[in-house]
Design a protein around this ligand. Sequence first.
Ligand SMILES: [Zn+2]
Length: 125
Amino acid sequence: MSESATVVFLLIASFFRLRHARLYELLFCSTQPAYLTRKDAVIVNRLRIGHSRLTHSYLLLGEDQPTCESCGSPLTIKHLLLECTNLQYVCVKYFNVSTLKELFECVDKHNIIDFIKQTHFYHHL
Ligand SMILES: [Zn+2]
């Protein structure tokens, strides 16, 4: 790619990034591997498969499914990452996606970990 074409591409990319964050993530999201600590990688994998101690220990303990302390909805990974309206103010700081597929394919894993840490779920997953 020529130098001027690269500049045009970067200008268009920055325009989309600023104006249309969701579209930018869809068009330009990176699949570069994120280098995570072992614990962070375990957490991301638990989030990806949707199973964690927090959301699934009730099955082994014979208890009722836990509910979100913020809104009372059934506590699931999807709810924590995308649906809980009480966590949206934190979520928008780290990613802007509408599906789990987008989240795990397009968002930097460090952003996901930072979101989980800020919402204080890190040690419960
Ligand atoms: Zn909730």
